[in-house]
Design a protein around this ligand. Structure first.
Ligand SMILES: Nc1ncnc2c1ncn2[C@@H]1O[C@H](COP(=O)(O)OP(=O)(O)OP(=O)(O)O)[C@@H](O)[C@H]1O
Ligand SMILES: [Mg+2]
Length: 363
């Protein structure tokens, strides 16, 4: 997949911008705060309909503007695709998504036209942070692979929200009768999520092992991942969740929240058999984060029969020389956009194009 053109209008620090990156490696160099990450964020928005660093869409609208727009043209094996997103400052205005010139009603229809893998310093949180970070990693990966997963997770979370609202209403005196209906719907909604997460965790386990070994060149350090789920490896997740919900109903009514289901899943990550979060060094955790992103790239490449766009935000400066050149070796033949504050961070990479970013301008 090749990004042929990116256009921004009132996006973050950019009033107007049009970029036509080459198909190889493009480097954006500039001082802190120059607007480098903003560019990669705009690409992420076109791929997934959301930012990689904020859940508030309005943050992306240039200060003082009412609306912002991002438009991208990509060339894939299947032909040319054009996607766009427009955001509005007014709270009630929804975002508008465009695919090949038409407005589409659901974000899911955007997924898959343009795909990316973003490496950023915050990836360390996938390793070190709470389970929500790892669920988000899985959800983003699977949504880009299959829009059906994205719809499934949206349905599941909406049923969960209604069940939780009902638990609170019951505490205020409402009848319990409706609870059976929501339990049934929640159990049905979990099925595609559980299946796809289980399959993906198995694929990931094989891939992270390979990438970790290649980047670290330490063969005795084996990285493994495993889906940790209350539903275990159940072949019948619907029946299993229905049973767990029945079992925990009194608890849930007391706590006013749902204690069982894939919203409690985690991805356990082990290095040499020990939880990396508890025992790993900073460098080991950073390498594990890279291994997860490289594996994401493999899974997407396999799914689409071509690699996604590769976005490296400020990650090379944090690696030692050996790890940096191993990473650069892995990303050949993929269109790559790299940001850095200093060209010397790129030693070993051979960019096809170097652009300077400065306060809302790219030259
Ligand atoms: N909504 C917005 N409107 C106007 N300017 C914004 C908006 N959001 C962010 N900015 C500006 O964008 C700049 C930050 O951009 P960005 O995060 O891309 O920097 P960067 O080049 O990646 O910096 P670093 O090297 O520190 O990561 C800041 O100067 C900030 O004021
Ligand atoms: Mg940045």
């Amino acid at each position: 997949m090749v990004l042929k053109r990116l256009r921004l209008h009132d996006f973050r620090s950019y009033q107007q911008l049009s970029l036509t990156p080459p198909s190889g490696v493009t480097v954006f160099v500039g001082e802190n705060g120059a607007g480098k990450t903003n560019l990669l964020e705009a690409i992420h928005l076109c791929c997934l309909g959301r930012s990689h660093r904020t859940s508030n869409d309005r943050d992306m609208i240039r200060e003082g503007a009412e609306t912002c727009a991002v438009h991208a043209k990509v060339e894939t094996n299947m032909g040319t695709d054009e996607v766009g997103v427009r955001l509005y400052a007014k709270q009630r205005s929804k975002k508008m998504i465009y695919v090949n010139g038409k407005i589409v009603g659901r974000i899911g229809e955007l997924m898959g036209h343009m795909t990316c893998v973003m490496f950023s310093p915050e990836d360390l949180e996938i390793i070190k942070g709470g389970p929500a970070n790892r669920r988000r990693y899985l959800d983003m990966l699977l949504s880009q692979c299959q829009p059906a997963y994205f719809y499934a997770i949206q349905t599941y979370l909406s049923v969960l929200k209604q069940r939780n609202a009902l638990l609170k209403a019951i505490a205020r005196g409402e009848s319990r009768r409706q609870l059976d209906v929501w339990d049934e719907q929640l159990a049905a909604a979990c099925v595609p999520i559980v299946r796809l997460r289980q399959q993906t965790a198995i694929k990931l386990n094989a891939l992270v092992k390979k990438h970790y070994a290649a980047i670290s060149s330490r063969e005795h350090e084996i990285l493994t991942v495993r889906l940790s789920s209350q539903l275990g490896q159940s072949m019948e997740p619907q029946e299993e969740l229905a049973r767990l919900l029945r079992q925990s109903r009194d608890d849930d009514l007391r706590r006013l929240s749902t204690s069982c289901g894939p919203h409690r899943d985690d991805l356990d990550i082990f290095l040499k058999g020990h939880e990396i979060k508890a025992q790993g060094s900073q460098g080991q955790m950073r390498t594990a984060a890279l291994a997860l992103r490289l594996s994401e790239m493999d899974i997407l490449t396999d799914m689409q029969n071509e690699p996604p766009l590769l976005l490296l935000d400020d990650v090379l400066s944090e690696l030692d020389i050996g790890r940096r050149s191993m990473l650069i070796l892995q990303i050949r033949n993929v269109q790559t956009l790299i940001t850095c504050t200093d060209m010397k961070d790129l030693k070993g990479a051979k960019p096809d194009c170097v652009l300077t970013v400065d306060d809302g301008f790219v030259r």
